[in-house]
Design a protein around this ligand. Structure first.
Ligand code: ZN
Ligand code: ZN
Length: 279
């Protein structure tokens, strides 16, 4: 079965340690034959790589690693270069310019922190009300982001559950609770020709530590996206080390088939190409 992992981090990301070449080798060992490196560029977080506001060129670390990967990665795996661009809606002009750079094949649009808030990773989730209020603001900002031409697929819709869950708040971003805003978001993405990501970092044991064993977004949102006519979707392990590289991709494809998807998207120069899911 053809498997592609479109959310992979290398040591170009502040929170990852393994080189692109080693990540590629680990992915291939798990049967993945196409990957896209999506290292972090986050507006408002100086820990991550920065592009702009003056110079819009590839960060040097990324160039070096990519060349090294081309030289050292094993045969049989296609490697694409992309980005995980965080908080594009906090500086739309800069985000659009990054999207227009000719070097990247694919950009994930993410939201790791709300305006004037810390990264979801660092927040305190003391009560259900607090979680619901944060989801509400999260959706407002995602809707904003969906209207900016600065990414190809929206990453991990509802991923903050990961951190809420860790603090004992198991409040899902569900159609039942947030159907109205989720519909607005999905319709905006579809209208603008953008896709979504199925993030499988938490889908199976062996990916993330303490994986929640759930897909992100949940199957109710995946089904709704399909119902509304959404058909552009990528699958990503969000691996930050070789142990997690490619873990869950196969199960992600199976889940997509069960929820009514027949194709996954892969990208070249921001153009999706559709690969049939063969189970
Ligand atoms: Zn992310
Ligand atoms: Zn990521």
């Amino acid at each position: 079965m053809f498997l592609a992992d479109y959310h992979v981090h290398s040591s170009c990301s502040f929170d990852a340690r393994d080189k692109m070449a080693d990540m590629a080798r680990a992915e291939l060992a798990r049967g993945v034959t196409e990957i896209c490196f999506t290292d972090h560029v986050d507006f408002g977080d100086q820990q991550t790589m920065q592009i702009g506001p003056e110079r819009f060129g590839l960060p040097r670390a990324q160039v070096r690693q990519f060349i090294d990967a081309m030289e050292r990665a094993p045969e049989g795996i296609d490697i694409r270069l992309g980005l995980e661009l965080g908080q594009g809606n906090h500086d739309p002009a800069r985000a659009r310019r990054i999207y227009a750079m000719p070097e990247y094949d694919f950009i994930l649009g993410s939201l790791h922190n709300l305006r004037d808030e810390k990264d979801f990773y660092y927040l305190r989730y003391g009560s259900e009300e607090r979680c619901l209020e944060l989801y509400d603001r999260y959706l407002d900002e995602l809707i904003e982001l969906a209207g900016i031409n600065c990414f190809d697929c929206m990453a991990h819709i509802g991923y903050c559950l990961r951190y809420m869950h860790k603090q004992g708040q198991d409040v899902e971003l569900s159609m039942e609770r947030f159907g109205y805003k989720i519909d607005l978001l999905l319709r905006a993405l579809i209208e603008n020709g953008k896709g979504i990501e199925l993030n499988v970092a938490d889908l199976v044991a062996g990916g993330r530590q303490d994986a929640m064993l759930r897909p992100v977004p949940g199957t109710d949102i995946l089904r709704r996206y399909r119902e509304l006519g959404g058909d552009i979707i990528t699958v990503g392990s969000d691996a930050h080390n070789v142990k997690a590289a490619g873990v869950g991709i196969r199960e992600g494809y199976e889940l997509l088939a069960e929820t009514g998807f027949r194709y996954v998207a892969v990208y070249k120069r921001h153009k999706p190409e559709f690969k049939r899911i063969e189970i």
